[in-house]
Ligand binder design. Structure first.
Ligand code: TLP
Length: 358
């Protein structure tokens, strides 16, 4: 019997992203029982409760429930900037490279992407990129950070560096936004609260629908006045969701219950990374894996990332080809230790077959 015939009996191990998680039975129960109202009138009690809990968790005055992380970032960019300005961010930032040019299409801004070796923005770099107030330069309207940094392999932004950027930006009169899609992962990795990691940022976006396992939704948190403006921009973008309490109910469960289990995803990512390191042709430094994302180079395997992912998929292991030579695997609540070990085993088999065939 071939390996792929054997694999047909095994469950899929979906490591493409932590966005693929399915709601838990507790989330589904909460969704079925949710009290709802029209959120555009501010009358959905479950959405209101979620927004309030999010604000409390981050030590802020107010929160806003948005359908996705991308919309949260788009709203933040629109509120902080005006068309014709520049937004400083790290070169592999999600809001620059993975949001369909929303920065220009929806906020009318140019990106000022800064290259770093490790995905970590530093004030020393940012300060050089701030445009002087001159008649022919697009003024800097916003600085955006990302924590954890997705495409830098779930890299954690150290709090002292984040604070330095916020202080520097504020002294220069520039607001600082945090794409904290996975800020709870950063908090677990650093043993700090999300409040401690984010208090100096002017606005924070975080996702319920990634490691926290909710089916839909993200939040923006900030001060009352800023969130009131954000609410208007959410509506402009078509994000007024009416009886969204059925979704927010799952989000409330995610916010209360999920952070305490994220360390398991981090342990599994480390297990995966340790197993992958040393396989023929794989370029990966497992010591850099601190959260739930494992990104590795496959350019010396004799296969493109796409081809390798196809081979894995035939054995029911799903991974994401980031580009021709890079693969990403993300751990989450719907994959366990066993699944990660099987992913390593299948990868080993795929690489050995190619090496023999080459
Ligand atoms: N990231 C997704 C893809 O879009 C790449 C993923 O699979 O990781 N900020 C960060 C740091 C993100 O990783 C993502 C999603 C978003 C924002 C956008 O969130 P959604 O998908 O809810 O729009």
């Amino acid at each position: 019997m071939s390996e792929s015939t054997n694999a047909r009996n095994l469950p899929v191990v979906d490591l493409r992203s932590d966005t693929v998680t399915k709601p838990t039975p507790e989330m589904r129960r909460a969704m079925a029982e949710a009290e709802v109202g029209d959120d555009v009138y501010g009358e959905d009690p479950t959405v209101n409760r979620l927004e309030q809990r999010a604000a409390e968790t981050f030590g802020r005055e107010a929160g806003l429930y948005v359908p996705s992380g991308s919309m949260g970032n788009a709203v933040a960019m629109r509120v902080h900037t005006r068309p014709g300005q520049e937004i400083i961010c790290e070169e592999k930032a999600h809001l620059y490279g993975f949001e369909m040019a929303a920065m220009s299409a929806l906020a009318g801004c140019l990106a000022r992407p800064l290259r770093t070796p490790d995905g970590i923005l530093r004030w020393s770099l940012v300060k050089e990129a701030i445009r002087p107030r001159q008649g022919f330069r697009a003024p800097t309207g916003l600085i955006a950070c990302e924590n954890t940094h997705n495409m830098a392999g779930g890299q954690v932004l150290p709090p002292e560096l984040a604070e330095e950027i916020c202080d520097g930006g504020h002294d220069a009169g520039i607001p600082v936004h945090l794409d904290g899609a996975r800020i709870f992962n950063a908090a677990v990795a650093l043993g700090k609260t999300v409040r401690e990691l984010t208090w100096k940022f002017d606005s924070v976006m975080f996702c319920l629908s990634k490691g926290l396992g909710a089916p839909v939704g993200s939040l923006l948190v900030g001060n009352r006045e800023w969130i009131a403006q954000a609410r208007m921009h959410r509506k402009i973008l078509g994000g007024g969701m009416r009886q969204a309490g059925v979704l927010a109910a799952a989000g409330l469960v995610a916010l209360e219950k999920s952070p305490s289990r994220l360390h398991v995803d981090h342990e599994n990512a480390r297990l995966l990374a340790d197993g992958l390191t040393g396989l023929p042709g794989i370029g990966l430094d497992a010591s850099q894996v601190r959260t739930n994302i494992v990104i590795f180079d496959v350019s010396r395997t004799g296969m493109t990332a796409g081809k390798l992912c196809e081979q894995l998929a035939a054995q029911r292991i799903l991974a994401h080809a980031v580009n021709l030579s890079t693969v990403r695997m993300v751990t989450h609540c719907d994959v366990d230790r066993q699944g990660c070990l099987r992913a390593v085993e299948v990868m080993d088999g795929a690489l050995r077959r190619t090496v023999v065939a080459v």
